[in-house]
Design a protein around this ligand. Sequence first.
Ligand code: ZN
Length: 344
Amino acid sequence: MSETTAREPVPVTVLTGYLGAGKTTLLNRILTENHGRKFAVVINEFGELGVDNDLVVDADEEVFEMNNGCICCTVRGDLIRILGGLMKRREKFDGIIVETTGLADPAPVAQTFFVDEDVKRATKLDAIVTVVDAKHLPARLADSSEAQEQIAFADIVVLNKMDLVTAEEAAEVERRIRAINPYAEIRRATKSDVPIEAVIGRDAFNLSRILEREPEFLSGEDDHEHDSEVNSVAFEVERPIDPERFNAWITQVLASKGQDLLRTKGVLYYENDSRRFAFQAVHMIADGDFIGEVKAGDPRRSKIVFIGRDLNRPWLRKGFEACQAGEDEARIQAEIARWTPPPG
Ligand SMILES: [Zn+2]
C-alpha cells in the first residue's frame, strides 16, 4: 500500500461509457498492470444476470457487483452503503473504481460524492473516465442521450476501437466529442490500451466546470429517465456448449437482429474444454477469447446476456439452449423454426 494515509480522502475513479465500449477491458488492464496500487472495485451491470464479474480478472481486489438496478438512479442508495462499508477497511486499498452500466448517466453517480456527507468527507472524485466506441459513436449519439451525457461529463475520454475506424472516421468522431465537451482529454486506444497513469491518479475532476454545465449539480436532484425501449434478457444453461452450434446460431442471431442488439456478452463452457470462453458483441461486430481455466469446484454454467430493443426472449432462449452439446439436431431445428420471428 502506498503512502496515502488513512486520513486522506480516497481517490475515486468513475469508469463509464456506453454498452460494449470497452469499460471492463480497461478495468482489467488497471487491475492487472504492475503499478503497486490496490483498488476496491464496484461494478454496476445492466441486465438480470451478472457477466462482468466473470470477465474481470481474478485480481485479489475487493470487487462488489451490483446488478439489481442502476447506480445513477434506482440503486444510488446502495452505492452510498457500499462506499460506507469500504471506508471501514480504508487501509486495504489506495483507490476506488466505480464501473457504471453502459446506460448510466454519470452526473448522478458523481453527485453521490458531493451530496452524502460521509462519502464527501472520506472520498475525492479523481476523474470521470468515459470509454467511447469510435466505430459506433455516431449511431449512439443519434439514439442515446446517455451516450451524450457520458461524454459531456468526462474528464478523460478513452477513444477506443481505433482498429475499427479509418483516420477520417476517427477525426470526425473526435470532432463530435469536442463539440459536446471541449475540455476533456482524449486518448486514442485499441482494446482500451491506454497507459494507466492516463486514467488513474489524475486529480482531473473539475467541480466548477461541472457547475457551469449543470448549476443544480450539488442539489442532488436528478430526474433523468432511461430509454425504456432498451431491455435485457439473460439465459444460463447447465450442460457444456457445442462451439460449432453456438457459432452457427450466434452468427445467425447477429445477422438477423444485430441492428437491435446493442450489446451481447457471455461466458461459455465448451464441451471437452477446461477453459472459459468470453463472447462479446456490439451490434454485428463480435469478438471472443478464452479467459483462463475453470476453477475447481466452480459451476460450469454458461450464460449469455442480450441488451437491446425488441428482444424476442423465447426465440433467443430456445436458440441458446439448443447450443448445448448432445442436443438432438432435428429437435433443435424444429424448435428454432417454431420461434423464429418473421423476417422484417
Ligand atoms: Zn440510471
